[in-house]
Design a protein around this ligand. Structure first.
Ligand SMILES: C[S@@+](CC[C@H](N)C(=O)[O-])C[C@H]1O[C@@H](n2cnc3c(N)ncnc32)[C@H](O)[C@@H]1O
Length: 247
């Protein structure tokens, strides 16, 4: 196969190169995420950012198969926290302000939300943003045991039964999270959707390697957290802490 995927004016990737780097199991993943598996990487965002007075917080990976060079991206070596589906970046930036000694990466697939997040992060040295599908980034771009904490706040619940397969939390997803976490690291998950919460808990319980707790959290409110609180909705939290080596 030799089709090119355009990834912005300066970058294109040969899909054959990418596919040859994937394991057979990955093809199931490609099927599942056929629509939004790869997203255009805003390779020109630096210059665009300059015109719009947005400091260059967006990162454009040079490769879709090599691990991110996190020390270079942040310009320092500090524990890494990642907000998956960071939306407008409210939570990411509030937490980054609270913890200047940690590096924060926001991953989000919608360009406008990434741009909003980048504007919010303009004055924060410890924040970077990546426009990418979260599962792909966790599985292929993050070095093993490189992350102290993930946040997955209000992942899309896809309530219709025929859409359940689009939900991000699956055994494969959690096993990739496990591989990317440092020993003792965790993922915090929040949702207002009681059905999805039950499924997330079931999947987590079936994945040995995590200690599960209710996530007794003192964290800033995310945008959706605020919306749900204003509606009086119950928020369900889980913390999954890595307790054993990668399987
Ligand atoms: C309900 S919103 C929650 C946003 C934010 N976490 C908050 O609490 O305010 C879900 C966000 O995740 C993003 N998202 C959903 N699936 C994603 C995926 N597979 N990869 C990256 N972003 C994703 C959506 O674009 C949206 O911004």
């Amino acid at each position: 196969m030799s089709t090119s995927i355009q990834c912005g004016p300066d970058q294109s990737f040969k899909i054959a190169t990418l596919l040859s780097a994937l394991s057979p199991r990955s093809f199931e993943f490609l099927d599942l995420f056929a629509v939004h598996f790869l997203l255009s990487v805003p390779a020109d965002e630096g210059s665009l950012a300059h015109r719009r007075h947005v400091p260059p917080r967006l990162i454009a990976p040079e490769s879709l198969t090599d691990h991110l060079d996190l020390d270079r991206i942040f310009g320092r070596k500090m524990p890494l926290h990642i907000d998956l589906g960071c939306g407008d970046g409210s939570f990411l930036c509030a937490l980054a302000q609270r913890m200047p000694d940690k590096n924060f990466l926001g991953i989000e697939r919608l360009l406008n939300r990434v741009r909003t997040s980048a504007r919010k992060a303009a004055g924060l040295e410890n924040v970077r943003l990546l426009r990418m599908e979260s599962f792909y980034a966790v599985r292929y771009l993050l070095p093993a045991e490189s992350v102290e904490r993930f946040y997955l706040l209000f992942p899309d619940p896809w309530p219709k039964r025929r859409h359940h397969r689009r939900r991000i939390v699956t055994p494969d997803f959690l096993s990739s999270i496990h591989a990317a976490l440092q020993k003792g690291g965790s993922i915090y998950v929040a949702t207002d959707d009681v059905d999805y919460f039950g499924i997330i808990k079931e999947v987590a319980e079936s994945e040995r390697g995590f200690a599960i707790s209710d996530g007794d959290v003192d964290l800033p409110l995310s945008r959706f957290g605020l919306i749900f609180r204003q509606k009086g909705a119950s928020i369900h939290w889980l913390e999954l802490r890595k307790i054993s080596p990668v399987k």
